[in-house]
Design a binder for this molecule. Structure first.
Ligand code: SF4
Ligand code: SF4
Ligand code: SF4
Length: 250
């Protein structure tokens, strides 16, 4: 492949799934209009959702999902050994994500309630970086395809990706959205990292924090505002802890 007359490598990639809904992988497989271009610049050697190919000579591994069993832990360690670059994709991989909701309950009780006596292998929810070294984290639930493509461009060109540091509020205001706070809804936009184009507020929904904390997020100030606006402690805690994005600050 040539870009501006320079020959570029076409890296071999693998996309791997752990505990999650596979929605992030689906994002990669979506947006057909750019799929041909994407697969022109990378060689997919392992991606169960779209291909029966299953080679282990990948150079970049994209890892979706959190790590919740010992067998997953062993598998992600094996992937880490092979991959020159390991990218955690999505809130489950980067934060624990919605899977972490099970941490609120006693694990044996939950397993019994859902599966009865059927044997289930499940343990505490771990972020990928709690188990292996992660080079880059691509946030979101699900990840955004344009942001994935932006990251792939950086990886191919060997440029360090610089993620936005400011909050969702900034891009929400840039798009002249009406603030959902003024409609009586809760929103974590003031403390959440931008990059999703404020898609939830744009659609009249409060932010749930799926992209994790923004740099210099002022938690205390937001807590004060939420309490002033009459949101209960339970409601605030439920929102803050939903994606496990804010380190259990409540
Ligand atoms: S981050 Fe969201 S979309 Fe991605 S695997 Fe987890 S639950 Fe699914
Ligand atoms: S809707 Fe949410 S993200 Fe948008 S300005 Fe209001 S608080 Fe910020
Ligand atoms: S607005 Fe918040 S919850 Fe919605 S996609 Fe963006 S970061 Fe995630």
């Amino acid at each position: 492949m040539k870009y501006l007359g320079i020959t570029l490598e076409r890296p071999k990639i693998g996309v791997f799934s752990f505990t999650g809904c596979e929605g992030c992988q689906l994002q990669i497989a979506n947006k057909e209009e750019t799929l041909k271009d994407l697969f022109g610049v990378v060689e997919v050697v392992n991606f169960r959702e779209i291909s029966s190919e299953g080679r282990d000579d990948y150079e970049i591994a994209f890892v979706e999902g959190s790590i919740t069993t010992e067998s997953e832990s062993a598998r992600v360690k094996k992937i880490r050994k092979q991959a020159g670059t390991l990218v955690a994709i999505g809130a489950c991989a980067c934060l624990g994500g919605v899977n972490n909701l099970k941490s609120r309950f006693s694990l044996p009780d939950v397993v019994k309630e859902v599966y009865g006596t059927h044997p289930i292998d499940t343990g505490p929810v771990r972020k990928v970086k709690d188990v292996v070294r992660v080079d880059i984290e691509l946030p979101g639930c699900p990840i955004s395809k344009p942001e994935f493509e932006w990251l792939v461009r950086h990886l191919i060109l060997g440029i360090e990706p610089q993620f936005l540091q400011y909050s969702v509020c900034v891009e929400c205001k840039q798009r002249l959205n009406s603030c959902v706070f003024d409609m009586g809804m809760m929103c974590l936009g003031p403390i959440t990292r931008a990059g999703c184009n404020a898609v939830c507020p744009r659609n009249r929904l409060g932010c749930w924090g799926c992209r994790g904390p923004a740099e210099e997020a002022n938690f205390e100030s937001l807590m004060e505002i939420l309490r002033e606006r009459g949101f209960s402690e339970e409601h605030i805690a439920e929102r803050m802890n939903f994606f496990n994005a804010f380190g259990g600050i409540l």
